[in-house]
Ligand binder design. Sequence first.
Ligand code: GLY
Length: 314
Amino acid sequence: MLLIASHEGRTGVPRTVELLKGGAGGLEAIVEGIKLAEADLDIHSVGQSSWPNLLGELQLDAAVMDGNTRRTGAVGAVRGFKHPVAIAYAVMRRLDHEILVGEGAERFAAEIGAEKNKNETDHSARAWKTHMDETLTEEQKRRFPGISLLDVKGVARDPERPFDTTVYLCMDRQGGLATAVSTSGWAWKYPGRLGDSPIIGAGSYADSRYGACACTGLGEMAIRAGTARSVVLYLKLGYGLRDAVREAARDLADLKTGFLDEVTIHAITPAGEFFVLDVNPRRAVKFLMWKDSLPSAEVREAENFAPQEKSPPN
Ligand code: GLY
């Protein structure tokens, strides 16, 4: 058994470890762990009290993938529910679709009786107000929200980078691999923006035959490079784990235009190997690792991707 979780997911790791030790299926165990991170008011990149969009609303993204069946479930830009990851899991189990967004996702959540919640808190409202007070001109403040958000979209950044997406990857007692991810996405994002987290293949991917991968950091880059699927495909093509992750890191580092920043790639294999690599590092990125020889999870630090590993210019 093996569990890798980003540091933002720390709150739920003991629960996931307990479930895995008890023989639970991997996906069930990691969804339960992420639910605790979503409910933690002190983690500001996932669930309640996380970063609002430019209008001050919390629009949350989440996804799950079962590496045994390659079934997935994802939701994007969901408002007013406590556990987006549980809604994503229900999309997988109860629909013939793989992803729902916005009002449709909220309707589905209500129909399955998902727990409603006012995710906005004093912290998120204060953070948004302070940011907008500092960013908008007096004229824009007077007319808000009746202004063009295009004029302010350039400020979409997470104030606590790199403390962002909650990602869990695991191998359960039966050897099945699974991934689950949940996030508010970047602070002050344009309303309706989806990051890599609800896009299977970009922010996460699991195939019990070859490996699983999940990303944190700038989702726009992981979408453009198809990072999570790439890592698993490189594994399928015979790369070792470290080489597969490095090859996907090179794909990211080779992006020359657009919004570029940090991406951290987390990956595991069915042989019980793990590797976490930080591309365009800003500071040390931590993650949690548990395997069945350990009583509890350990905090580890991601390796940095060296700039000289980029491909030569074309
Ligand atoms: N990686 C999370 C996001 O970009 O939304």
